[in-house]
Design a protein around this ligand. Structure first.
Ligand SMILES: [Fe+2]
Ligand SMILES: [Fe+2]
Length: 208
C-alpha cells in the first residue's frame, strides 16, 4: 500500500468518530502552530519581507482555524496540546523538530552553511517539504470530509498551502542553483518521518 492509500484508510476511520476526529484536528493544529512558531523564530528583526510575514500569519491562522473546527464536533474536547488530546503525541511532536534538526545538520556539515544563511536555507527547505506534504494530507483529508458530509472543511487551508509551495519554490530558485537536488534530499528525509508518524497513528487506531 502506498502512503496515499495508507492515509486514506486511516482518515476513513478517524473522520466518522467524533473523538478521534477532534484529536486529529488538534494534532494538525499543534503541528501548524509549531510551524508558525518556527517561522517567527526564523524572522529577521529588520530584513523580513511581505512573503515571510504572510507565511507566518497564515500558518498561525491554520493552527487557530483547525482548533475552531473542533467546536463543530464536540466543544469541550481538546482544550490544549497535552498528550491525551493528540493522536500519536510523541511522533506528532517530533515530526517537525526532527526534520528541522536533520536539515540544519545536513546544511551545516554537508554544504558548510552557517548562521543566517543556514537559518534561511533550513527555513526554505523544511517549509518546501512540508508544503508538498500538506498538499497531500489536506487533499485526502478534504476528500474524506466531503465523503462523510462533515461540517468540518479545510478548503481555505488548501488554497493557502498551494500559495506557500509556489512561494517557497520561487525563493529556493533564488537561494541555490542546486535547489532541486537539495529539496529532493530533504523530501526523502521528510518522507521517512511522515512514514513513522502515520504508522504511529495507525497503531493507535488499532487499540480504539
Ligand atoms: Fe499550514
Ligand atoms: Fe504552509
Amino acid at each position: 500500500m502506498n502512503q496515499q492509500e495508507q492515509l486514506y484508510q486511516i482518515l476513513d476511520k478517524i473522520v466518522p468518530s467524533k473523538e478521534l476526529h477532534a484529536k486529529w484536528l488538534n494534532s494538525l493544529s499543534m503541528m501548524e502552530n509549531t510551524g508558525a512558531r518556527k517561522i517567527s523564530h526564523y524572522e529577521h528583526p529588520v530584513f523580513t519581507n511581505i512573503t515571510v510575514l504572510k507565511h507566518a500569519a497564515e500558518e498561525a491562522r491554520h493552527a487557530y482555524f483547525l482548533k475552531k473546527q473542533i467546536e463543530k464536533l464536540s466543544p469541550e474536547n481538546c482544550p490544549d496540546y497535552s498528550f491525551e488530546y493528540l493522536l500519536a503525541p510523541i511522533e506528532s511532536y517530533q515530526y517537525l523538530q526532527k526534520l528541522d534538526i536533520a536539515t540544519c545538520g545536513y546544511l551545516k556539515k554537508g554544504i558548510g552553511l552557517q548562521d543566517r544563511e543556514l537559518m534561511h536555507g533550513a527555513y526554505l527547505l523544511v517549509t518546501y517539504s512540508i508544503e508538498v506534504r500538506a498538499d497531500m494530507i489536506y487533499g485526502i483529508y478534504q476528500e474524506i470530509l466531503t465523503k462523510y458530509a462533515s461540517k468540518v472543511n479545510v478548503k481555505s487551508i488548501i488554497a493557502e498551502e498551494e500559495g506557500h509551495l509556489a512561494e517557497m519554490q520561487k525563493m529556493l530558485e533564488q537561494f541555490s542553483p542546486q535547489w532541486k537536488s537539495l529539496s529532493e534530499y530533504i523530501c526523502r528525509m521528510e518522507n521517512k518521518l511522515f512514514g513513522t508518524w502515520i504508522s504511529a497513528i495507525n497503531k493507535e487506531l488499532m487499540y480504539n
